[in-house]
Write a protein that binds this ligand. Sequence first.
Ligand SMILES: NC(=O)c1ccc[n+]([C@@H]2O[C@H](COP(=O)([O-])OP(=O)(O)OC[C@H]3O[C@@H](n4cnc5c(N)ncnc54)[C@H](OP(=O)(O)O)[C@@H]3O)[C@@H](O)[C@H]2O)c1
Length: 313
Amino acid sequence: MNHRNLKAFIVGYGSQAQAWAACLRDSGYSVEIFLSRFDGTSAQQARAHFFPVFSNTALGQQVSTEAQPLIAMLCPDSAIAPVYEECIAALNVPLTLVLAHGFSVYSQQLKTQSHHSVALLAPKAIGPKLREAYTRAAPLPHSLKAAWMPPAGSDPSLQQFARALGFDPGHLIPATFENETIGDLISEQGLLCGGIFTLMEWTIESMREANIPEALIREECITELELIAGLIQSKGIDQAFLAISAAAKAGTLEMRARFESSGLKPEFESQMNSIIDGSFGRRFLNAQHTGELEQKTLRFQEKLKSLQEGFTS
Ligand SMILES: NC(=O)c1ccc[n+]([C@@H]2O[C@H](COP(=O)([O-])OP(=O)(O)OC[C@H]3O[C@@H](n4cnc5c(N)ncnc54)[C@H](OP(=O)(O)O)[C@@H]3O)[C@@H](O)[C@H]2O)c1
């Protein structure tokens, strides 16, 4: 599929933006990158990948040459509303902001002018995976999915834009900004990140106390994690459970009973409810603003580093 003469404006050049920019260019779009810092790593990388790089403040001038421009806001979620307010809100032309995550709308930070539209195109994959899937399948669509909410009455250019990233129209899952964000936060806190990093820490500590060789701990905790995820993906949750060994089944059932009787479930539900009622979002923005999040992140990263170093010592 080719989209010559179309332009895409991308704010940011991080994980998603690098993938989007490369896929859109390969699909025939002319891509411009907008950044707040001209001398940072992102600007250097974008130039090294032969993309024209502009300051955010040039957005108005650059998008004014296009009818109904699409601006992909791929900077950190907390920067989306400030960039919009400072560089886009005053533009008296119709335009569409494309968001890769609904957080700025869910947290009520982003409030747009009535002649500006907001679309959701939230890939359910990290940037490098999106790029890899696009490259492997092009010119056909890949198998990845995205949460999808075009603005009411939007023209086909947004569908074309999604297709240029390799998304099959049938793989665009209709979702509101709120339910994409709440679903994303619940899965990452309950399972993908909140669950995994904590359980991995506890499991590695127990294995070290039991004097298991480091090379075996690595295989059990990291290689086999990928294998069980693959099993669930290919067989489904119930069949994957049936496929594990008898000892693994017995251990799963005992551990589940312990989790349930430990008081962990009400704590888990309380965290999930704070995502749904918006209080997690407020705590997150405040912790980011005060620097508390960065401090806690560094402390936990040190802990995880010491776990990882065990594998290489
Ligand atoms: N990462 C994922 O796997 C993933 C998956 C799905 C959706 N998303 C969503 O995709 C969006 C981008 O996330 P990401 O993880 O790709 O970001 P990221 O890797 O953290 O990169 C952020 C980029 O934004 C730039 N930036 C920071 N402040 C900016 C500003 N004020 N104006 C312009 N650019 C600015 C940074 O440049 P500097 O280096 O100069 O600071 C960097 O290039 C978010 O909405 C996120 O929720 C991410």
